[in-house]
Design a protein around this ligand. Structure first.
Ligand code: MLT
Length: 316
């Protein structure tokens, strides 16, 4: 039983330092074994997780000594933040540490979809030289619709603007005079209008009770038949069956999904679709972002264990 419990693969210089300074148990796969996790957490003062450990009421109740839950990432959908707050446990996260990396991956996926890069690579590796088959479309002049224009959405839009794209946004938290709309020369639309008007739609919504399965078949069927959909936010925001059906019926031209309804995902018809790019939730996985994330959670744990106030505290 250790002071600090790390239940997922969270590595780096700061983690090594924390391990030297404190009594840390590091088990990258502990999130998979809830019973063992509940046993091990009994005397834990600090819990460090990514997005796979379900930090629910039951787990929090099994940890009477817990002072801090440190989430190495931005999304807090796997942590019962309200209950932790009620119990006086500090919840920390890394809201900005990986935004840039997520924005960059989104642009990468957009280029890959529009220029058919993965299909062209695959075809070339198997002996093909089909130049016409892999004719793509330019980003320039196309409408880029962002569902969610928060930190990541705005960084993504800024980069898309450099390609000469027109920015559209649907965000229930924004008013028409919001500064980021002005800065990006972006048009605020309803979700339905954004889906109907965009050439590429990219989702940047947090997962909340309101956004769970927010995008269904009925939404995807409103897209242009030559438009693309990208999701680097949370898989559960999309009804994956609805998206699959819409793709099978050619209601949209293709999709790139870095996040899935279930992670790791089960077998899916999406795996067989040439116009679908699937990646294993890697948007935040760059050397730079991970250094920032690990530095941040380790520092907050160190502060709380020494009786000081953490820096990146989430207030529900
Ligand atoms: C995040 O929420 O920061 C990213 O999706 C990465 C993660 O969940 O670990």
């Amino acid at each position: 039983m250790s002071d600090v419990l790390v239940t997922e693969n969270i590595q780096g210089v700061s983690m090594n330092r924390l391990i030297q300074e404190h009594d840390v148990e590091f088990d990258a796969y502990l999130w998979q074994n809830t019973d063992l996790l509940k046993q091990k957490i009994q005397n834990t003062k600090a819990l460090i997780v990514r997005n796979q450990t379900k930090v629910d009421r039951e787990l929090i109740d099994a940890a009477p000594e817990l002072k801090i839950i440190a989430r190495a990432g931005a999304g807090l959908d796997n942590v019962d933040t309200e209950y932790a707050h009620e119990k006086g446990i500090v919840v920390c996260f890394t809201p900005d540490a990986n935004s840039l990396s997520v924005a960059e991956l989104t642009i990468g996926l957009m280029l890959a979809l529009m220029r058919k890069i993965p299909e062209a690579r695959q075809d070339t590796l198997t002996g093909g030289w089909n130049r016409l088959k892999f004719t793509g479309t330019e980003l320039y002049g196309k409408s880029f619709g962002l569902i969610g224009l928060g930190r990541i959405g705005s960084l993504t839009a800024t980069r898309a603007k450099a390609f000469g794209m027109n920015i559209l946004a649907a965000d229930p938290f924004l008013k028409a005079d919001a500064p980021q709309l002005k800065k990006l020369n972006a048009t605020l639309l309803s979700l339905d209008d954004l889906l109907a008007e965009s050439d590429v739609v990219s989702c940047h919504s947090p997962l909340t009770p309101d956004t769970r399965k927010m995008l269904t078949y009925q939404h995807f069927r409103k897209m242009k038949p030559d438009a693309f959909f990208i999701n680097t936010s949370r898989g559960e925001v999309v009804d994956e069956r609805g998206l699959t059906q819409a793709l099978l019926e050619h209601k949209l031209a293709g999709a790139a999904l870095d996040v899935r309804e279930t992670e790791p995902p089960k077998q899916s018809p999406l795996n067989q679709m040439e116009n679908v790019i699937l990646t294993p939730h890697i948007a935040a996985f760059t050397v730079e972002a991970q250094d920032r994330v690990v530095d941040s959670v380790c520092e907050d744990v160190r502060l709380v264990l020494s009786g000081k106030k953490a820096i990146n505290v989430f207030e529900p």
